[in-house]
Write a protein of this length. Structure first.
Length: 548
């Protein structure tokens, strides 16, 4: 929040003084005053002489005096007309200034306060609450997945949605509340409450979250969004309104990280967590080009033969200080900051280079984030990495989640079509949870279905999980789709999956994910590394020498 300095306030105070009247207005006013004085001085004599002449008195009327009087009257009329014109001009100018001030203080789309005017009004409200033994609650609200609305339906639909959201926010607020749009899809609300009754604030926040989770109608389109809300209270703040804004912003991001579509109160631990996250983000931006994010490989086993048939590529961060970090520590940050594409492509490049001389029957499975599938050039980027590393496209398997199909199916179909044309295989990841539906299996040309680990891990304890896995297996068998189960932890689960028809599996039963060096050592022990052909290598070396 920008705080104006003393010089700025002086300048604005000077600008707010009334402007001096134009020279023409001064002249007009002087003429009017002079004409009135002249009328008073000449009017009585001229009128008295004229009246006496009309009643037959022998008094002679001075013609020059009469003419002067008439001219004087004309000047008065001219001055009055000029005065009326100036009064109307002042009225129009005042209205224009009021409109300009309104536009300067308000968001033109929603009519809410803007960021600057919220800071001023919020600071005033905070000072008043202190004297009244009240507290002020500041709610910072950010719409979840709003960018998708703009990307899929255009900014006009996005603006219509924002206006509908603003109406819902205004309806949910208590009397005398401040409402503001800070920019984009971010809103703020402030109101007073009894500091001994924070539940009143939570009720408002719950109402907001519930209202914004309902379907909206904008430009004839049904839209589904949600909101994450951060709450800060003035009696817990250690500084001014800008600090309160930062606290509410920190709480809002905590609500997002906790799963979105919820609210969260600010506490000081969030500040420390946010700083730690900010530091990790800065380190991640440097780690990707440095090659600190490396591929690890989890074995995929043919359940019928026990043969190693491929690997899933996983990301690990070899942090120079924190040690080896799993994807949960940095992949969400990469997705939120737009680094996920660079990270994913860097992992692919390293994995493809490492696997070029592996046995030709070994495949690599790579998971693609839904955010990457919003990039229309994603297929070309993957194909470029395949070409530059020399890794065969038919040994690559791209895994996407069902959530991807809800974002932009048309674009996803285009990306997948380009990859399939190159021979890349496609797998539907985490099937059996969330949005699972038969329509998803028809939406894209899948080659394989991957059963979610939560179903696999509960197959021994839950009859429902067993029935669901069995049904998925029969369905995929009828659709000629392979099944791979992830999360196989022991031999009993493996046997149960083999009995229901799962073709492949992966999990800790077969070992922990391995680094490039340890994977190569494993493959060497199992004689699954391709041996170079001397003749081919000699020709290749000779060609390189000639080209040099």
């Amino acid at each position: 929040m920008t705080i104006r300095d003393t010089d700025t306030r002086k300048t604005e105070a000077q600008d707010s003084r009334p402007e001096p009247a134009p020279r023409s207005d001064l002249v007009g006013n002087a003429i009017t005053v002079a004409a009135i004085l002249l009328f008073v001085g000449l009017g009585s004599a001229a009128l008295s002489s004229t009246v006496q002449q009309l009643v037959g008195s022998p008094v002679h009327t001075d013609q020059a005096l009469v003419i002067a009087l008439l001219l004087n009257i004309a000047l008065i009329l001219i001055g009055w007309r000029r005065h009326s014109h100036l009064a109307n001009e002042v009225s129009v100018r005042t209205a224009a200034e009021e409109r300009a001030q309104h536009l300067a203080a308000r968001d033109p789309l929603t009519g809410f306060l803007n960021r600057r005017s919220l800071a001023e009004a919020g600071a005033a409200m905070a000072s008043q609450t202190t004297s009244r033994r009240k507290a002020m609650a500041l709610l910072l609200l950010d719409l979840d997945h709003f960018k998708i609305v703009n990307d899929l339906h255009g900014h006009a639909t996005g603006d219509a949605l924002l206006m509908a959201v603003a109406r819902e926010i205004a309806d949910a607020m208590p009397p005398q509340a401040l409402t503001a749009r800070l920019g984009g899809d971010e809103f703020a609300c402030a109101f007073t409450f009894d500091p001994l009754d924070p539940m009143a604030v939570e009720q408002v926040a719950e109402t907001l979250v519930a209202r914004l989770a309902k379907p909206f109608q904008a430009d004839g389109i049904h839209l589904h969004i949600s909101a994450s809300v951060g709450i800060a209270r003035s009696d817990n703040a250690t500084a001014g309104f800008d600090t309160l804004m930062r606290s509410a912003d920190t709480a809002m991001y905590a609500a997002k990280n906790a799963g979105r579509n919820r609210f969260a109160w600010f506490d000081k631990t969030m500040e420390r967590e946010r700083k730690a996250r900010s530091d990790l983000e800065a380190e991640l931006r440097l780690a990707i080009p440095r090659g600190e994010i490396v591929p690890y490989f989890e074995q995929q086993i043919d359940l019928l033969t026990g043969r190693l048939c491929g690997f899933e590529v996983l990301a690990r961060w070899e942090h120079p200080v924190r040690g080896l970090l799993g994807p949960d520590a940095f992949v969400p940050i990469a997705e939120q900051t737009g680094l996920i594409s660079d990270l994913s492509l860097a992992i692919m490049r390293q994995a493809f280079q490492a696997a070029r001389d592996w046995d030709a029957g070994l495949t690599l499975a790579v998971n693609i984030s839904p955010l990457q599938l919003r990039d229309a050039w994603m297929a070309q980027k993957i194909i470029k990495v395949l070409t530059e590393t020399g890794f065969p496209a038919n040994r690559l398997e791209i895994e996407i989640t069902e959530a991807t199909l809800l974002d932009n199916l048309t674009l996803t179909q285009s990306i997948v079509g380009s990859l399939k044309n190159q021979g890349v295989r496609l797998a539907l990841d985490d099937f059996g949870t969330g949005f699972s539906a038969l329509s998803h299996l028809r939406a894209l040309p899948f080659d394989q279905i991957k059963i979610d680990r939560s179903l696999v891990l509960s197959i021994e304890q839950s009859a429902e999980s067993t029935a669901l896995v069995t049904a998925i297996s029969r369905l995929c068998d009828s659709l000629n789709l392979q099944i791979i189960a992830e999360g196989i932890a022991d031999a009993r689960i493996e046997e149960r999956l083999r009995a229901v028809g799962c073709a492949k599996g992966q999990g800790f039963l077969y070992g922990q994910p391995l680094s490039v060096a340890n994977t190569r050592r494993l493959l060497a022990e199992r004689r699954l590394l391709q041996m170079p052909v001397p003749g081919i290598m000699a020709v290749s070396d000779a060609e390189r020498r000639r080209s040099a």
